[in-house]
Write a protein that binds this ligand. Structure first.
Ligand SMILES: [Zn+2]
Length: 222
């Protein structure tokens, strides 16, 4: 039997789209929330809108433009390039507190729409150095949200311990591999589907997909 209502934190990328399919299978009612924080690529918001519409999911887009006012970074500004963190530094895509803010607003929305479950695609396995994507942070925030609103939310993190290969596997299990591959945007250069092929995000996505497809091939051959 399907559980109650869920709100999915949704960016239109591979991970959160997989989470949307995951949630649709588990919960009787699913709504999606996208945060508009002045993403460098407006196409991200458009992708999210189209996917939500196609999956028949009610879609909330919340204006979080104050975030780029507080912390201009590589995801919102064209004059800052996307760079991986070196020597223990955080990558230039890091926005301090971003996930804390997004998850808190998702909690407020969940309370408003009567959803008990909040689904997010954060993942500790391919740890990019974002401290607010760690499991311990999510668990801590879950307690805080419940205390702050006197709720009994459950934050669901279906991808927390999966690597990119396993995330593709999950999409496939959900019958959504082609959809996720063709309709989502994860590329830092704003190229939909298989992306530009050379940014860090594309490389991670592509490597995971190739590994997943090759193991499937081996299985079917042998
Ligand atoms: Zn790319």
């Amino acid at each position: 039997m399907k559980q109650e209502k869920a709100v999915v934190v949704f960016s239109g990328g591979q991970d959160s789209t997989t989470c949307l399919f995951w949630a649709k299978e588990r919960f009787s009612e699913v709504e999606a929330v996208t945060f508009d924080y002045g993403q460098r690529h407006r196409l991200e918001i458009e992708c999210a809108k189209e996917i939500a519409k196609e999956l028949g999911v009610k879609h909330h887009i919340l204006d979080m433009s104050l975030l780029s006012q507080l912390a201009p970074n590589a995801l919102t500004r064209n004059d800052i390039s996307v760079a991986d963190g070196e020597n223990g530094e955080l990558p230039s895509t890091f926005v301090p507190g971003r996930n804390l803010l997004f998850m808190s607003f998702a909690g407020v929305l969940a309370s408003q729409v009567g959803a008990k479950h909040i689904v997010t695609g954060v993942c500790e396995t391919d740890f990019s150095g974002y401290p607010d994507c760690r499991d311990i942070f999510i668990k801590s925030l879950n307690v805080t949200l419940n205390l702050s609103m006197d709720e009994t939310f459950v934050i669901e993190t279906p991808l927390m311990w999966l690597n990119k290969t396993e995330t593709w596997g999950l999409a496939d299990e959900l019958g959504a591999l082609d959809f996720v591959r063709e309709r989502t945007l994860t590329c830092y250069n704003g190229v939909i589907a298989d992306g530009c092929g050379h940014c860090a995000s594309c490389k991670l996505r592509q490597k995971g997909l190739e590994t997943y497809l090759s193991t499937q091939k081996e299985l079917s051959n042998g």
